[in-house]
Every structure is written in C-alpha cells, then in structure tokens.
Design a protein around this ligand. Structure first.
Ligand SMILES: C[S@@+](CC[C@H](N)C(=O)[O-])C[C@H]1O[C@@H](n2cnc3c(N)ncnc32)[C@H](O)[C@@H]1O
Length: 200
C-alpha cells in the first residue's frame, strides 16, 4: 500500500471557492494533478494507493478527504474537472460537520474534519512516514517497508514549526533531487522509485 498526503494549505473548504480558485492564487488544480498522478496510469489505475487531501483554507475545520482506489467503483475520468468534482462533492457532504467527524461520500471516498497534524498522528501508528524535502536523504538510498506514507504540500511550504513534531512522529526527510518540483511530479517519481525497489 502506498499513501500520499497532500497538505493543501491554500485550498478552500467551500466547494464554490474551490472551483473559483483553479488557476488563481490558491491553485486548486494541484489537487487534481496530485490525485491523477497518484491513482492513474495509462489505460488503468494503480491499485493499493490511498490519497489524503487536506484542505486548510477554512472558516471552521480543515477537511481531510480520503481516496482509496481499491474501494472506488465509480472512478470516472482522470481529467481535472472529474477529479475536482469528487473533491467538491466531498466538501459539500462535509457541510455542518463537527470537529473530528467522518462522513462517507461515495464508495472509496470519505471526508473528515481532521487537521493535518491529527491525521499524521493516526498514520504514524502503522505507516513509515516520509516528509518530501529537497534537502532530505536521496530517495534511492531509502529502504521502504510495506506501508510508506509520503507527506507533501501545495505551493505553500510546510510551516517550519510543524517539522520537529513530524520528525518526532518518525517522519524522515527524503529528496528527489535539487530541483523544486510540483507535488504531482513528486508523486510520479515516488511511484517510480517504489516500482524499482526490491521491497514495496
Ligand atoms: C511545489 S513544492 C512546495 C514549494 C514551496 N514553495 C516550498 O518551498 O516548499 C510541493 C511539494 O513538493 C515537495 N518537493 C518539491 N521538490 C522536491 C524535491 N526535489 N524533493 C523532495 N520533495 C520535493 C515539497 O517539499 C513540497 O512538499
């Protein structure tokens, strides 16, 4: 199983604003690109992938949307509109939720009012955590166990004060080289590295 967490710091939790933000400062297209590269390959999907999108521009609580490809029946298209429609549906389903509540949206998709930090705390219990960072250990030197989980952000960096807490939870910094990439490009390279690795 491969898990990706995209901390989308600029992404609105209101579905109308989500649509309005495509190509604007919040760059919500990043969510669609990351989902696409995490879950799809040509003519198929990648099994055993879970993606969490954590949308943080909110008036109440962050929304954490979980996509489990193995349980998704209606995958639909892989174009930006189809993928953002899934995100928007989850946001609409989450209206009025209290803190740390979970709601199913459709098969394989659920939404939680859970912060990034709380989500990582939960994942730390049974995942090997990796914080994507250009200054980390080169990915080729890393040995992966069965349940790696990769932490990424949108165009806004991970707050510096969060990083020691992530490291205390076991997150190791790993790098894909010196070039600053999009999160969605990191996902492709991570899949590639794991595809080559003897254990995954
Ligand atoms: C567009 S980057 C974030 C840019 C942001 N301005 C920053 O300084 O972190 C999106 C995500 O990809 C990760 N990333 C980008 N290039 C990387 C690389 N070469 N190696 C590892 N992670 C990378 C970043 O750490 C971040 O999680």
């Amino acid at each position: 199983m491969r898990t990706f967490v995209l901390r989308a710091r600029a992404a609105p939790t209101d579905s109308e604003k989500l649509w309005e933000s495509v190509g604007k400062d919040a760059h919500t297209e990043i969510l669609a690109h990351t989902l696409m590269n995490a879950m799809f390959v040509a003519q198929s999907h990648r099994p055993d992938v879970v993606v969490y999108l954590v949308l943080e521009s909110t008036r109440d609580f962050s929304r954490t949307i979980r996509f489990d490809i193995n349980a998704m029946h209606d995958i639909g298209g892989f174009d930006e509109r189809s993928l953002l429609t899934k995100v928007a549906r989850a946001l609409d389903a989450s209206r009025g939720m209290a803190k740390e509540e979970t709601r199913p949206v459709e098969s394989g998709v659920s939404v939680q009012t859970l912060s990034f930090e709380k989500l990582v705390q939960v994942l730390a219990e049974d995942h090997q955590l990796f914080l994507m960072d250009r200054k980390g250990t080169p990915i080729g030197e890393q040995v992966f166990a069965d349940r790696p989980c990769f932490l990424l952000t949108d165009h806004i960096p991970m707050p510096k004060k969060t990083i020691p807490g992530l490291e205390r939870m076991g997150a190791k910094k790993i790098s894909l080289g010196p070039t600053m990439l999009f999160a969605s490009q990191c996902v492709v390279l991570i899949h590639h590295a794991l595809d080559q690795a003897p254990r995954r």
